[in-house]
Write a protein of this length. Structure first.
Lengths: 117, 181
């Protein structure tokens, strides 16, 4: 099997999210596409950090753990930040969608343009 | 690593279901499947802190999405696709996937990370910061300004949500209409 297979599957997941953003008319489906693409990006960064046979980046007081046996901790720290920011932007998108539904009575983005007034 | 491929396949299947299913509530539940499979993948990839955060964030996100699609008449309306966007999406995303497969050959292969910069952190975290968890030593000490910026973004988003969701008073609405006339 190809050594890059997890990266390729992750790229396919990202493409599914972008496809939803480009092709759907329902605004909730577009938000779901944004969420899926964001998950794929986070997953890609953690996949890059993985080391075969590595262990989590946590030392122990009772046990000797070599620093060389650990997976890469830097992407994990940055992905933690990215996940929380992703939740914040998703919440904001959902709030905007709820307000748009209250104003236009529909989630269809093509009809929102017609109903301006 | 067969579990990783099974879970990645589950995530792709969940994504296709979430995008193509008619009922919006089912789509939201499918996104919940993707997020929980993602947190299990994080555990398999030896990232327990990220997995915990992902579980919490996923549950909150699903609750918010269910709030948006709660009414029955909203959940069952399906508006179909934009044909031009769908065609261009398939064309260019196919090209992007092919280009990505070519580009991945320049990355270091899966399971052998390039540790030239980040090997500093495991080597120095305990003596430098006193924390035995290297990830928390990075987010709370070496890159604490990142965490401060994250908190700023989070609370700005909360203020934005409150400003958008606040129901406008009657008086203001009349003022707006007068301004339009």
């Amino acid at each position: 099997m190809n050594a890059y297979m997890p990266y390729i599957l992750c790229m396919i997941l990202f493409s599914i999210g972008i496809y939803a953003i480009l092709s759907k008319r329902n605004i909730i489906k577009i938000i779901l596409g944004v969420v899926i693409a964001e998950y794929a990006v986070n997953l890609m960064l953690v996949l890059v950090a993985y080391k075969v046979g590595g262990r989590s980046a946590i030392f122990s007081e009772t046990q000797v753990i070599l620093p060389e046996s650990m997976v890469d901790p830097l992407p994990h720290a940055l992905v933690l930040t990215s996940i929380v920011i992703g939740l914040a932007t998703t919440a904001f998108l959902i709030a905007l969608a709820i307000r748009l539904y209250g104003k236009y009575g529909t989630f269809d983005i093509t009809r929102m343009r017609e109903l301006r007034g | 690593m067969i579990e990783l491929y099974v879970l990645l396949g589950l995530m792709i299947a969940g994504a296709v279901i979430a995008i193509e299913v008619k009922n919006l509530l089912s789509a939201v539940v499918a996104v919940g499947i993707i997020g929980l499979a993602l947190s299990i993948i994080f555990l398999l990839l030896k990232a327990p802190d990220v997995a915990l955060t992902q579980i919490v964030v996923e549950i909150v996100a699903v609750i918010l999405l269910i709030r948006a699609t709660l009414h029955r008449e909203i959940a069952q309306k399906s508006y179909g696709t934009r044909p031009f966007g769908a065609f261009m999406g398939i064309l260019f995303l196919g090209l992007a996937v092919v280009a990505a497969i070519v580009t991945f050959n320049d990355l270091s292969p899966f399971g052998a990370p390039l540790m030239t910069i980040s090997e500093f952190y495991p080597l120095n975290a305990v003596t430098g910061t006193g924390a035995i968890n290297v990830v928390s030593s990075i987010i709370l000490d070496y890159r604490a300004y990142d965490t401060l910026g994250e908190a700023t973004v989070l609370f700005t988003a909360v203020i934005g949500v409150l400003a958008v969701m606040r129901s406008p008073g009657k008086k203001n609405e009349e003022d707006l209409q007068e301004n339009h006339e």
